[in-house]
Ligand binder design. Structure first.
Ligand code: SD4
Length: 326
C-alpha cells in the first residue's frame, strides 16, 4: 500500500474514532414532557370548532395525533357552507375547482397534493403521498392518477349550487380583486399536540376564488402553509398564499420558536416580515398565522383584523380572536 493510501486509511480511522456515534450526535427529543393536558388541537377560523370536535373524537379512538389532524379537516372538506375548502369551494377562472392539501408530523414526514381535481378528501390523498410514495408532493393529473390507483373515488366535476351562483355572479365582471375577510379566507389549517408532546398538522383548501387555472397556493407547500417539528413546534397559515410563500411563513415561525421566541412573538415577526415583502398591496392582503411550541404554548397573529382560531382539548373548545398588525 502506498504511503499516501496508508495515510488516508489511518486518518479516516482516526476521524471515525473521534466522531461521536449517530445516536449521541442527534438531539434527543423528550417525549415524556406533558405540558398539554391531553391533546391540544388548534385550527384556523370558526369552522375550526366542529373540525376540532372531530379531531378530538378521533384522538380518543386511536390515540394518534396524525389521525386527529387528518380527520378534523376532513370535516371541513365536506362542509357545504365553506366555499374555500373541498369540492364545494369556489372555482378558478375557468369554472373548475382545484384543491391543495398538506399533512406533516413532527419527525419530518410529510405529504401534499396540489392542483388536484375530483377528490373529495385531498388531505387523505396527501397522507397517502406521505405514507405510500417516496415523494413529498404530487400535483394535477399525476395526483389524480395516484388517487385512482389507491382506490379513491373520483367525484363528478360539477360546482356546488352556492359556488355556481357565486361564479355566475363573478363572470358578469370577471374582475380579480379579492376582498379580504369577505371571500378567499376559509382555508383550514390544523395543528395538534398529543399528551406526550408529539406534533402533527394538516392544511386543506380550494385556494383563491377565480385564481388562474393551475395556480397553487401556500397550503400544499411544506414550510409555507404548514410546518411541524417536534423539536421546536408547529405552524400553519391562512390568507393570500402568494404573500405567505414569499416568506416561507410556517417554516419561519417554527425556526423562530426554535431560537427561543414564543409562538406569539414568532407569529408577529412573520407578519412583520410578510408586510415588508408585500408592501405594494398590503391593504388588500390578509394573512393569519397560528402556532404552537413544543411546550404547548400557543400564538396567533394576522395582518388585518378578522382572523380567529379554535382551540380545543379534552374538555373545552373555544373560538379566540387573533390580534393583528393593522
Ligand atoms: C391560498 N392560503 O390558496 C390559501 C387561501 C386561504 O383562507 O388561506 N384562504 O392562497
Amino acid at each position: 500500500m502506498s504511503q499516501r493510501r496508508k495515510f488516508i486509511k489511518k486518518s479516516l480511522l482516526g476521524s471515525l474514532v473521534a466522531l461521536p456515534t449517530l445516536s449521541h450526535a442527534l438531539p434527543r427529543i423528550d417525549f415524556s414532557r406533558k405540558k398539554a393536558d391531553g391533546p391540544l388541537i388548534l385550527s384556523t377560523w370558526n369552522h375550526g370548532l366542529p373540525a376540532n370536535v372531530a379531531a378530538i373524537e378521533k384522538f380518543k379512538q386511536t390515540g394518534s395525533i396524525l389521525d386527529a389532524v387528518e380527520t378534523g379537516v376532513k370535516d371541513t372538506e365536506l362542509d357545504m357552507d365553506n366555499l374555500s375548502v373541498g369540492l364545494q369551494g369556489l372555482p378558478d377562472r375557468e369554472g373548475i375547482t382545484t384543491l391543495d392539501a398538506s399533512i406533516m408530523t413532527g419527525d419530518g414526514s410529510c405529504g401534499s397534493v396540489a392542483f388536484v381535481r375530483q377528490i373529495k378528501h385531498p388531505i387523505t390523498l396527501a397522507r397517502a403521498v406521505m405514507e405510500k410514495t417516496p415523494h413529498v408532493m404530487l400535483a394535477g393529473e399525476g395526483a389524480r392518477q395516484f388517487a385512482i390507483a389507491e382506490g379513491f373515488p373520483l367525484e363528478k366535476e360539477e360546482l356546488s349550487p352556492k359556488a355556481q351562483e357565486a361564479y355566475d355572479e363573478w363572470k358578469k365582471t370577471s374582475k380579480y380583486k379579492p376582498v379580504i375577510n369577505i371571500e378567499n379566507h376559509d382555508t383550514i389549517g390544523m395543528i395538534g399536540m398529543d399528551d406526550k408532546g408529539k406534533l402533527a398538522g394538516s392544511c386543506t383548501t380550494s385556494g383563491l376564488a377565480y385564481k388562474m387555472h393551475g395556480r397553487v397556493g401556500d397550503s400544499p407547500i411544506i414550510g409555507a402553509g404548514l410546518y411541524v417539528d417536534d423539536e421546536a413546534g408547529a405552524a400553519t397559515a391562512t390568507g393570500l398564499g402568494e404573500s405567505i410563500i414569499r416568506i416561507c411563513g410556517s417554516f419561519l415561525i417554527v425556526e423562530l420558536m426554535r431560537q427561543g421566541r414564543s409562538p406569539q412573538e414568532a407569529c408577529e415577526e412573520a407578519v412583520r416580515r410578510l408586510i415588508s415583502k408585500n408592501r405594494k398591496n398590503i391593504a388588500d392582503i390578509q394573512a393569519g398565522f397560528l402556532a404552537i411550541n413544543k411546550d404547548g404554548e400557543v400564538g396567533a397573529f394576522a395582518v388585518h383584523p378578522g382572523f380567529n382560531f379554535a382551540k380545543a382539548n379534552l374538555t373545552s373548545n373555544e373560538l379566540i380572536d387573533s390580534k393583528s398588525h393593522f
